[in-house]
Design a protein around this ligand. Structure first.
Ligand code: MN
Length: 227
């Protein structure tokens, strides 16, 4: 055993459909990957290269658990996203080979303190405190990749039973194999890494008490209540 001077932190993990846990190493997130969402954020959705931010692995909220309303915000937004789980390491991965690095997929929410993120954008400062706060990543059960096609399928989020976001995975500006190839040129991807692939349009604020229920056709669901 290593001679740790304090107790080592727990390994963050995602429950897998059918049993078992997927240990989580890092969480990468793609910014502005659907044209209509880029527009609503005031950006030009032309095919500029994808860009990334991260969340800590221990920001995950397990499916069905409550998400505490975070501190220091009055504008907590939902962003419904497809999440890719990497099972095979690689750098400089080719697009044609990219899906061979995927272990599975889940539905997820990139919860955002929009007021803090917007202030950071204005001043050219990092997004971390807008994106990478505690409990900022409610994620559904992980599903083995099997025959899942991440290139198409309904992606939808309901808040208190009302549809808030609805789109299709085919509308991603950068498709999953392109994201994996691009990101793997910037960092070596490792087993346990997650990639949140961006949200479609109609992000909006949620309040304490709201029930968020997301679904991705052919993948699964993510559910959390804001408390
Ligand atoms: Mn997002």
């Amino acid at each position: 055993m290593a001679d740790y001077v304090i107790a080592p932190p727990a390994i963050a993990a995602l429950p897998v459909r059918g049993g078992g846990l997927f240990p989580v190493r890092r969480i990468f997130c793609v910014g502005r990957n659907y044209a209509e969402h880029a527009r609503e954020m005031g950006s030009d959705p032309d095919r500029e290269p994808p860009f990334y931010f991260t969340k800590p692995a221990d920001s995950i909220v397990i499916n069905g658990a409550d998400m505490p309303y975070p501190t220091e915000t009055k504008d907590l937004h939902h962003e419904m996203e497809l999440v890719v789980a990497i099972g095979v390491s690689g750098s400089d991965i080719q697009e044609a080979d990219a899906l061979n690095h995927v272990w599975g997929y889940c539905a997820g929410l990139d919860m955002t303190r929009r007021d803090i993120q917007n202030a950071a954008k204005k001043t050219g400062r990092p997004w971390d405190m807008g994106k990478a706060f505690d409990h900022s990543a409610p994620l559904g059960e992980l599903v083995p990749a099997g025959s899942i096609d991440p290139g198409k399928g309904l992606i939808e989020l309901k808040v208190n039973g009302q549809v808030r976001q609805t789109s299709d995975l085919s509308k991603m500006i950068w498709a999953v194999p392109e994201v994996i190839a691009n990101l793997s040129r910037l960092v070596k991807l490792e087993p346990g890494d997650l990639i949140m692939t961006g949200t479609p349009e109609n992000v909006a604020a949620v309040q304490r008490g709201d029930l968020l229920e997301g679904v991705i056709e052919g993948v699964g669901t993510v559910t959390t209540r804001i408390v």
